[in-house]
Design a protein around this ligand. Structure first.
Ligand code: SF4
Length: 368
């Protein structure tokens, strides 16, 4: 049995490391010293890489005008994976940063082929969850891609002049009209806050999952090409690992049996957690002898991301698993208890928002 303990999740970084080499994403370790407050997403390398986040932090620390922009595609119910972005935004908002969130409804319509009504419904659900998780609605701007104002759309049209089909294919692999429009719209999402009409924020940070980097690469190229004409600057970004679904694959609302949806009932969550993939051994005897493998375990991932914020507690959990001092059945029950407490508080706030209609009052909702 190994006694080398690594409770902070470095184990899953290897596959992300090739992104460092292939695309020039920098390891997050290079900026940890600059963070005004350390959050466990960074210290545990759940946020594992970045582009120019150091420069953005320098601007923040100099007291310059900085902002954060991120978004989501409303193509299903909100789940634990989305909470990662909310958690990052809540952290950034606690630093006094202006936060803006785009609902990528145009993209969901074009790329996922969903009906408009459904897309808007999912969009509102997502916004409610963001606020229920702790984002301050009075300090957060939300908008739908199909309901912005003229300069935002003008950027999309202007961007189309300075990108070729070949460049687009090199980044995305495929260049259907829907995908081109969606990508140029995302570029406008990321860059429009730099225009005077939207606050003139020249230091923009985009916190996203690793799969969103192609959008950042395209957008940074476009910023360079419009540096003179519009005074645009490259946005900064940081990247988090995906939280896995309970089957060990990427969590997705389209595979809802393996995703914890934020509106799941307690009994549904219980069922999902109790059948989750773990790093346990085939028999209790073997597990006591060899110890578990938390590196492979979706339950340990829940502990690392959300359930145990205290490093010492997480370390203890890791050690007990590795030494075979706890079996998976009991460990799952402990995780379930913590998860249900978390979800209960969140759902109560969500219901309050639903009743008060605060989101409907705060956000400009598209007519169709
Ligand atoms: S004991 Fe807990 S952390 Fe270890 S493998 Fe089993 S469920 Fe995962």
């Amino acid at each position: 049995m190994s006694t080398i303990l690594d409770p902070w999740g470095h184990f899953a970084i290897e596959k992300y490391e090739k992104l460092f080499k292939q695309f020039g994403i920098q390891p997050i370790d290079t900026v940890l010293d600059k963070l005004p407050i350390k959050h466990h997403f960074f210290t545990r390398r759940i946020v594992f890489g970045h582009r120019d986040f150091d420069k953005w932090l320098d601007a923040l620390n100099r007291g310059e005008k900085v902002a954060v922009l991120t978004g989501f595609m409303p193509s299903g119910h909100t789940h634990l994976g989305h909470l990662m972005v909310f958690e990052e935004l809540k952290y950034l908002q606690s630093l006094g940063v202006h936060v803006k969130i785009v609902v990528a409804d145009a993209e969901a319509y074009a790329v996922r082929k969903l009906g408009r009504r459904k897309v808007i419904e999912y969009g509102l659900e997502y916004i409610r969850h963001a606020i229920a998780w702790g984002l301050d609605p009075t300090k957060t701007d939300f908008y739908f891609q199909t309901n912005n104002t003229t300069p935002y759309y003008r950027l999309i049209q202007m961007f189309s002049r300075k990108i070729t089909k070949a460049e687009f294919e090199a980044i995305y692999g495929e260049a259907s009209p829907g995908k081109i429009v969606a990508a140029l719209t995302q570029a406008s999402d990321i860059l429009h806050m730099q225009l005077k009409a939207y606050g003139g924020y020249k230091h923009i940070l985009v916190p996203v999952g690793a799969d969103q980097d192609p959008h950042l690469r395209l957008t940074r190229d476009l910023a360079d090409r419009f540096a003179q004409e519009l005074g645009l600057r490259r946005p900064a970004s940081f990247y988090h690992k995906f939280i896995r679904g309970l089957d060990g694959n990427k969590m997705s609302s389209s595979k809802s049996d393996f995703a914890i949806l934020l509106l799941d009932k307690p009994e549904v969550i219980k069922k999902k957690v109790m059948m989750a993939l773990t790093g346990g051994r085939p028999t209790a005897e073997e597990q006591r002898l060899l110890g578990g493998e938390p590196e492979k375990c979706t339950i340990y991932e829940l502990y690392t991301y959300f359930l145990l914020r205290n490093d010492e507690e997480l370390k203890k959990q890791y050690e007990r698993c590795r030494r075979g001092e706890i079996l998976c059945g009991r460990c799952k029950k402990n995780a379930l208890k913590l998860l249900l407490e978390l979800i209960k508080v969140h759902q109560e706030k969500y219901r309050e928002l639903l009743e008060s209609q605060i989101v409907e009052k705060h956000v400009n909702i598209p007519d169709f």
